[in-house]
Design a protein around this ligand. Sequence first.
Ligand SMILES: [Zn+2]
Length: 148
Amino acid sequence: MEVLQANSYCMECRQWVTDGSKHECPIKHRALIDTNMSGVADRLYALGVVPMIAFYGFSNDADDTYRLRISIDLHQSFIHEVLGGLPRGWEYCRDDGRINSLEFNDWHSCFEEDADARVSEIIKEFEEFLDSRDIEGTRALTLLAGDQ
Ligand SMILES: [Zn+2]
């Protein structure tokens, strides 16, 4: 599993931050993410489930096929599943009983030439899932289920 092209992204401005010292937003609005994960980061941020790090990678199976994994570490931990039931392959990961990351583990493997298409497909599906969430309701839930 390797980190691919992770860059600093400001979710408040929806901009990539190339020089952190010149960007004025507080650091809490920034996430370290793969370039194709900005749509997911924007949507999670709007829902109040703020990501801190989001990247994908492939594990290499013995038969030269590849299996997609996506990991999204959250800025804040939650006691409840604030996004409700997640799409197939996704799960809430807990530490000490609190949800602090979201993970995707693909249920089938793909050949190297299909890997990019698989990433795009899964990311697009997850964006559509996030678009289907109710922003006000989810934000209210994150306040109740969050750190405070
Ligand atoms: Zn900013």
